[in-house]
Structure formats: C-alpha cells, structure tokens
Design a protein around this ligand. Structure first.
Ligand SMILES: [Fe+2]
Ligand SMILES: [Fe+2]
Length: 483
C-alpha cells in the first residue's frame, strides 16, 4: 500500500489516481480550513504544538511527532489495508464477500450512518474550543490539541467516504458537516451529547473518558461493517481514539489523586475543606461522572430499536468484537431486558436480539467504563487506605438521567442513581446532589487558571505519570502561546 505523504492531502488510498475525487476533496479542503479557523481552538492557531501526525498505518510506526501549527496539520486519509477475500461477518448476508461499493438497497441507510458518525467529530472540536485558555499544564494543553486535530482527521475520514462513494448527495452532506454547529439552536449537531457545553477541564476529562469511549464502541461496531471501506477507515480511527480515552481516564484519575492528597494535607474528608484548599472534591467529581456517563449512554440509541435491527440485518453495523460470538445472524434469540411498564414497575421482557443490538453494544461500554471507575477507586484506596477511604466513585444505573429510550425522561421516566423509579418531583429535589450545579460550575471556573510554565501544574490536579512520546513532563509541549 503506497503512502502519498507529500500530496496536498496525505493519503494511502492512491488519491492521485482518481483526479475527480482528488479535485472534489481539494475543493472541500479550504472550507474545512475556514471552519477550523472559525470553530477550532480559540487563538493558539499560531502556536507550535508538539503533535503526532499519522504518516502510515503500520502498527509500529504510524505516527510522527513534531512541532506543528494546527492549521498546518497534515490531515490525511488513512485506511487499514484491505484483507483479501474478506467476507461479511454477521446478519442476513453472513459469509458473502464484503462490499467494495455501496449496495444500492442500503445506500441511504449507510449514508445516514456515516453522516451521524462524521458529525460527532467536528462537534467535539467546537465543544472544546475555549479550553485552551484554562489548561492546567502545557502537557494537558498539548493533549487537548492532539485530540482536536485528530477529531478533525476523523471528519476527513468520513468525508472521504461520502465523496468517493455517494456522489452529489455525499458532497452535499460533506458541506453540511461544516455548517452545523454544536449547541446552535437553529442548526445543531445531530446527537445530544455533542450539543452539550464542555465548560471546564473536568467536563473535558469526563467527555474524553465517556463520550470518546462511546466513539470507540461505535467505531468497533462499524469496523465490523460489510461495507469494506467503512470497516477499514474505522479500524485506523480506533488507533487514534485510544489516546483520547487515555487523556480522559488518566485526567480524571489525576483529579481524584489530587483531591485525596488534599484530604490528607487538610486532615479532612469534608468537601468544603477540599474546596478551601483549591481542589475538586470527590462528590463534585461524582456529579460530573453522573452527567457525562448518562449523556454518553444516550448516544447508543434506544434499547429496543428497529434501526439497530435493520443495521445488523443488513450487515452494516455489527457487535463489539463480532468474532467472539458463536452465532452471527442474531435470529431466534432474545435479550432479557428490564422494561418500565405503565405503572412504573419494571418488568423483565424478552426482546428479539436484533432489536436489542444497541443495548448489547451498551453492555460492552458499561463494562469498559466500570473498569476505569474501579481503577479510580484503587487510586482513592491507595491514597487514603490508612485513614479509611470513606468515598467510592460509582457509575449510576443505566436508567439514571436518560433523555431517550425506554428509560428516558422524554417518556416520563425518572430513576435515581441506583435505578429505582422515582417521580419527576423527587428527581428535581435531588438534582443538585446528583448532577453538577451552578455553584460547581462557578467554582470550577474560578480555579481553572492557565498554567503555562513548562513542568508546572495547576493545584487541582496531580501531574501525569510520564510525558508524551518519551519526553519529560517538563518538556515545552506548546510554544508561542498567544499573549
Ligand atoms: Fe473521533
Ligand atoms: Fe475521539
């Protein structure tokens, strides 16, 4: 597979051989750059950032690290190599050769899947655009920008598919990607969580922990797709996604560690004492965890879903690690699901497996999130073990604070964090205990002052365990900051 690294659009898809496609993408490029300058990181466009850039898809050396000004980042198109003789791994077309072209009958469905995935990429850049002004260290600032440019590249990945396989309407969809805006009342991004404000760095770590992790599961499900180009591009996106989740998981861990250090220093477990010491108390961390976990769970879609059944039947979207299942049609099987009934009581219900595919994917997601929460709790244990750790972080029940689906508040359902049905009034009366409050946000705004000296770190977070790409923590990860 040849890599065209020094073309206007770096790629490993032999773009120069398809002049029409190359021209179309080169026309999209300046529009993308205008979008980036308008909606990408506020200021910092002239800063030199120590970034990794994808230069191939080889597992041992796909990334190159160097200082780059973000608008000059080499956004490229990289697909994993084609697996000769690959067959469709699930659904009604199980065992047939994977599609190299879009099957006519699934054209609209497939386009919708690609647009929905693609839309999340620029959305997250927009959500995070002000965070550069309050970064706790140059290390964190660099990680933010790394995530941002790679989300930009993920947009390129989806736009490449739209341009090469969907003709005129694909090109129109690619334009529309640059026109919607996160949180905009008139032209919002497609999915809920991608219209929520990411105001503080605690939001950012929770977002990269929980929302990017939804991205991982969606990309895994799409990398099973019978549409081979989609499968190949998602596989490579996953290699980049790993770092985004690392930023979130370790970011929360460092906040937790710092809170514990301050509990020891002040000799108090009282959240107010931690606030007084300038840290983020664990109950505030828990409220943000509740929020971003529940918002991210909504991204998987309804628990009982005919769309999910259709995507699976058609061979467009598989399960997480489909290979690990012994049966791949999903027919004549059931998923036992707790479903709220008329009187609010929860009734165990047999749902045809294909209709429960969103929930199957969500199961994998919840387990992966639980693994990270366990790790954070081990940090608390390690820090506070001797004096008795009286606080444990926990995922709420998947019924808690849902906007959509059978547990959704839109259907009039309310649950406490343990999953017990409650009334809307009870939910409201507990809201400030369970979810971030205005005063949490005000406090976070107050303590999030930028720290720009190499090696220095804000007082509300512990330093990272190590630097990026073998560099020291003191390394100057971002140079030429805006005045
Ligand atoms: Fe992404
Ligand atoms: Fe991501």
């Amino acid at each position: 597979m040849t890599v065209e690294l020094f073309e206007k659009i770096p790629n490993n898809v032999n773009l120069s051989a398809d002049k029409r496609l190359q021209r179309a993408l080169e026309q999209w490029l300046p529009n993308y750059i205008s979008w980036w300058k308008e909606m990408g990181p506020d200021q910092f466009q002239e800063s030199d950032v120590y970034l990794r850039t994808a230069v191939s898809v080889e597992s041992d050396g796909w990334a190159h690290f160097d200082y780059v000004k973000m608008p000059e980042y080499r956004w490229g198109i990289f697909l994993e190599p084609q697996v000769p003789g690959r067959t469709i791994g699930f659904g009604d077309h199980y065992g047939q050769p994977a599609w190299q072209e879009v099957p006519g009958e699934y054209r609209n469905t497939l386009r919708r899947i690609i647009v929905t995935q693609g839309d999340t990429e620029p959305a997250s850049v927009e959500q995070q655009r002000m965070l550069g002004h309050t970064a706790p260290s140059l290390y964190d600032l660099r990680n933010l920008f790394q995530v941002n440019v790679e989300e930009g590249r993920h947009l390129w990945a989806m736009v490449y598919l739209l341009h090469s396989y969907f003709g005129k309407d694909g090109r129109e969809e690619a334009e529309a990607m640059l026109e919607r805006r996160s949180g905009d009342r008139d032209k919002p991004r497609i999915l809920g969580a991608f219209n929520e404000p990411v105001k503080s760095w605690l939001d950012f770590y929770m977002f990269t922990m929980f929302t990017d992790r939804d991205g991982k599961f969606q990309l895994c499900a799409l990398s099973e797709s019978g549409f081979d180009p989609l499968s190949r591009t998602c596989k490579f996106m996953l290699t980049e996604e790993a770092h985004h989740m690392f930023v979130g998981e370790t970011g929360v861990d460092r906040v937790v560690q710092r809170a514990c250090e301050l509990m020891k220093e002040t000799g108090s477990n009282d959240p107010q004492a931690i606030v007084k010491a300038g840290g983020i108390p664990l109950d505030m961390v828990q409220r943000h965890l509740h929020l971003w976990f529940s918002l991210s769970e909504d991204l998987f879609g309804g628990e009982i879903s005919s769309n999910a059944a259709e995507f699976f039947a058609a061979g467009l979207k598989g399960r997480y690690k489909e290979d690990g299942y012994s049966e791949h049609t999903g027919l004549n099987q059931f998923y036992e699901m707790p479903v709220p009934s008329e009187g609010g009581k929860i009734v165990m219900t047999q749902v045809p497996l294909r209709n429960a595919m969103n929930e199957v994917l969500r199961d994998g997601y919840v387990a992966d999130c639980q693994r990270a929460v366990d790790k954070w709790n081990r940090t608390i244990e390690r820090q506070l073990g001797e004096r008795g750790a009286d606080f444990k972080l926990a995922l709420p029940s998947r019924r808690f604070h849902r906007q959509i689906g059978i547990y959704g508040m839109n259907a009039g359902n309310y649950f406490d964090p343990s999953g017990q049905p409650i009334s809307a009034g009870e939910f409201e009366s507990q809201r400030s205990k369970w979810l971030p409050t205005d005063s949490d946000r005000e406090y976070l705004k107050q303590i999030m002052r930028p720290v720009t000296e190499p090696g220095k770190i804000a007082g509300w977070i512990a330093p990272p365990a190590r630097g990026i790409n073998g560099q020291q923590i003191e390394f100057e990860y971002v140079r030429h900051l805006p005045a």
